[in-house]
Ligand binder design. Structure first.
Ligand SMILES: CC(C)(COP(=O)(O)OP(=O)(O)OC[C@H]1O[C@@H](n2cnc3c(N)ncnc32)[C@H](O)[C@@H]1OP(=O)(O)O)[C@@H](O)C(=O)NCCC(=O)NCCS
Length: 170
């Protein structure tokens, strides 16, 4: 199925979405072998995560993809903390396994780019496991370029692998 034939709504996450967003992030972590955390490693108490979100609310923004009322994907846009790096937006994106390959990730990335442009960002960047080949292809298709690598940063049962830095100038 394609996103065009589904009822997917993309909107900014608000405070009421905090719990469902946390659950969604945990679910994506459980389902994916291409993220740094593995099942059960994100043990941060909800209150602590909420306090952090309040503290960083001016520079951390999340867009949610909803199928009906159910959050199925998210993209978090983190603006640089200090003035000199304040025009760089760092991205984290995730879509539930059941909804992958349907255009939701592409739409989230495009919406995040619109949002970053509206906030006068100069560049967007992200990190991706080299072995996450479909994700690397997706980012390349959207204009991200490989800018560097963290060699053997990931330890897997099959050996070490790299994390790739990708960036796009707006
Ligand atoms: C990477 C991710 C965000 C892409 O989201 P998505 O909704 O599956 O992406 P789309 O449906 O827009 O797919 C875009 C392209 O990537 C391919 N693709 C990427 N991941 C895929 C997957 N898991 N299953 C099928 N196709 C996938 C699609 O074939 C498509 O290519 P095409 O346009 O040439 O057909 C999503 O797969 C995901 O959350 N994966 C697990 C967590 C993760 O890897 N996050 C990224 C860390 S950097």
């Amino acid at each position: 199925m394609d996103i065009r034939s589904m009822q997917i709504v993309i909107r900014k996450a608000g405070w009421r979405d905090f719990g469902p967003l946390l659950n969604l992030q945990r679910q994506v972590v459980r389902e994916s072998e291409h993220l740094a955390a593995t099942r059960g490693e994100r043990k941060e108490p909800v209150l602590f995560a909420f306090a952090k979100a309040i503290l960083h609310r001016k520079r951390v923004h999340t867009l949610l993809a909803l199928a009906g009322n159910e959050p199925v994907g998210y993209i978090t846009v983190v603006f640089g903390k200090f003035r000199k790096v304040g025009e760089t937006a760092y991205l984290v994106v995730g879509v539930r396994a059941s909804h992958q390959g349907q255009g939701i990730g592409t739409t989230l990335l495009n919406e995040a780019e619109k949002f970053a442009r509206s906030r006068k960002m100069h560049r967007m960047e992200l990190e991706v496991f080299e072995r996450n080949e479909s994700a690397v292809r997706l980012y390349e298709k959207l204009g991200y370029q490989i800018e560097g690598r963290r060699r053997e940063a990931v330890k897997t049962p099959n050996g070490y692998s790299d994390i790739i830095w990708m960036g796009k100038l707006l």
